[in-house]
Design a protein around this ligand. Sequence first.
Ligand code: R5P
Length: 292
Amino acid sequence: MPEADKEGERYSADIPQKAPGFFLKGSHQYDWGLKNRLARTFNPQSGRTVMLAIDHGYIAGPTSGLERIDLSIVPLLPSCDALFCTRGILRSVIPAESQKPMVLRASGGANVLREDMSDEEIGMDMDDAVRLNACGVGIQVYIGSEFETRNVHNMTKLVDAGIRTGMPVMGITAVGKNMKRDAQYFRLSCRILAELGATYVKTYYVEEGFETVTSSCPVPIVMAGGKKLPELDALTMAYNAIQQGASGVDMGRNIFQSDAPQAMITAVAAVVHQNLKPKEAYDLFRSLKTNK
Ligand code: R5P
């Protein structure tokens, strides 16, 4: 008889990593300013965040749903915990009166016209993130790509600047077209980003073994949404990610490309902060959509 597969047991996904004196995994030994920025981005009561990702224009131009951010996204601001955007959109469109924490896309250089989009550079100075009163910066790293070493150095330079200024750095596990999106790959890339100093990591959900991705990453993970799915599927994915150890979501298209973005972000927030089950969250979405 073959031996039972015990690999999953080594991750002890059911035993939370301790963070004495602070609510967020892996973040209890930072200085006050960095912790304060994290406590504005992640809700200290639930320990989770609903970050609304609208940075797509930096590689894709006026993405469907983001043609007029002033009209489509600004009204959603009260319903998210944080916004992930570029400094260009922040300065030109997002009202400075907003009390929402802003996490800024800090890389650039490639775009959708290129075959390989991993050829990126740092796209903004940390000085400017501080000037903009940001609560974090985000940068992606394509582990396994041709430009991996440069991607890694881009992130570690931001981490050094983030430690100097108290600015969290969100490391994003970007995936090349030919890479396999499975738990083994995301365990590898999330752990590498955390070991190299990312304050938290944004990654994609996988059906099999996502709890091993979250449990082997010593810092919080937020789930990226990916391509637009039917609303029930997107809510199910968010629910599963949260139940399997994610500390929130950083979703874009599944919110702003929905027929009813306000209803969708409210339903996502109920999944993230109140553990609402997918079917109940979908019912909430449908009733809010009907009553809008
Ligand atoms: C990631 O690096 C992208 O720029 C987006 O922020 C990310 O993909 C999340 O958006 P979506 O949920 O649409 O995939």
